[in-house]
Design a protein around this ligand. Structure first.
Ligand code: GLA
Length: 383
């Protein structure tokens, strides 16, 4: 859908909710990660790109110090919160994400006041496409836009992540918020998660006769269910057993062999080899060999499945079916245990889509969702 149609729809809905026109409409995209999974909180490298779907926020200032939030995905009463008392632990459910952003901005000294927000999303939720980060980033842009605050985007990404970590209580890394705020169309973002330095890497599948396809496996995950946090702590334990600050500091995969605990050895091996795969993928993309990166996607999937142990049956079956049907590469994306697979496929995607669909039917699973994933622009104001 076009930006204009999105903006009209959300502005119209804002009018229905609040009986006035919004002062602005913002959109922040979800992301897919080409490669570099579970490397961000190990201070390594990631290579995400922005999707052409995301979260939309229509907003207007209020002068009564209240934050009033409505979400089209959560019909019913709006969340109505006195801004001055918004603090971690006081807001639960979906409203904690936007409220957490207001809190993080104010905590950092940005004078954000009351606002009426109407939120809509074009992203499937829980599909591993970063709908939470898109929500945080859209609200961050809306609030700073309404109050005329010029916060550099890398800082905004850190504040949006703070909302998720310290307000909502989900221990995610910096990848998703950075992707939503810093990606460029037709590019992936190579982000060094230690220095925060990002650079745009050309990613134009159509020019290579290819396409990026997201397959929503239908299996749902929750980053807050403890398994993501467990992987984080295993990585921290592996790093200290290896005598380094974090796994980013280990160069060769052989180093992991020195770990006595077989679980920590596998976790470390994934992170070390995944960082290396990001580096290789970037070199291939910069050399114009996107198809060549397909093998790295498959190697990443195998590592996430066997060493990091976060894949799920639908993801494994999707990757196999995609490869059997002619994909150049495929892998699970996101936190794991549910969500989506990314596949690098021929521009004519029909054989891959059919092959995957037939595999789901054969296994008696509900049909998967398919989404085209052209590398798109970062968060922006629509009007
Ligand atoms: C989730 C988190 C990210 C990142 C990925 C795994 O999407 O929000 O910070 O850790 O999982 O790569």
């Amino acid at each position: 859908m076009s930006d204009e149609a999105d903006a009209n729809r959300v502005a119209g809905w804002f009018g229905d909710c609040y009986g006035r026109q919004p002062e602005g409409v913002w959109q922040a995209p979800g992301r897919a990660n080409l490669i570099g999974e579970h490397t961000d909180y190990n201070q390594g490298w990631v290579l995400p790109f922005a999707l052409d779907r995301g979260v939309l926020v229509a907003a207007a200032c209020r002068h009564d110090g209240m934050l009033v939030i409505r979400s089209r995905q959560a019909p019913g009463e709006p969340a109505t919160l006195p801004l001055a008392t918004v603090a971690p632990g006081r807001v639960t459910g979906w409203a904690a994400y936007p409220a957490g952003v207001a809190w993080a901005l104010r905590e950092a000294g940005h004078p954000v006041g009351g606002a009426s927000l109407a939120i809509d999303s074009t992203l499937p939720q829980g599909a591993g496409l970063s709908s939470s980060a898109a929500l945080e980033c859209a609200v961050a842009l809306a609030l700073t836009g309404l109050y005329g605050l010029d916060v550099p985007r890398p800082d905004l990404a850190i504040l949006a992540r703070r909302a998720e970590n310290d307000f909502v209580g989900v221990p995610s890394g910096i990848m998703d918020q950075s992707a939503s705020l810093l990606c460029q169309a037709s590019h992936a973002l190579l982000l060094d998660c230690r220095s925060g330095e990002g650079s745009a890497v050309p990613l134009e599948p159509a020019a290579a006769g290819l396409a990026l396809l997201i397959v929503d496996t239908g299996a749902r995950h929750a980053l807050g269910d403890g398994r993501y946090a467990l992987r984080r702590s295993e990585c921290d334990r592996a790093a200290s057993a290896l005598g380094v600050r974090c796994l980013r500091d280990v160069a060769g995969a052989d180093a992991a062999d020195g770990l006595a605990d077989p679980v920590l050895r596998r976790r470390a091996r994934h992170v070390i080899t995944e960082n290396h795969r990001v580096e290789q993928a970037v070199a291939l993309l910069r050399a114009g060999d996107l198809a060549g990166a397909g093998e790295l996607l498959c190697a990443s999937h195998a590592s996430l499945r066997d060493d990091f142990e976060i894949s799920w049956p639908e993801a494994d079956a999707t990757v196999s079916a995609a490869m059997d049907a002619g994909a150049a590469g495929a892998r699970m994306i996101g936190g794991g245990f549910g969500g989506s697979v990314i596949a690098l496929v021929p521009a004519d995607q029909s054989a891959v889509r059919t092959g995957i669909g037939e595999e789901y039917t054969r296994r008696g699973w509900p049909p998967p969702g398919f989404l085209d994933a052209p590398p798109s622009a970062s968060a922006h104001r629509l009007r």
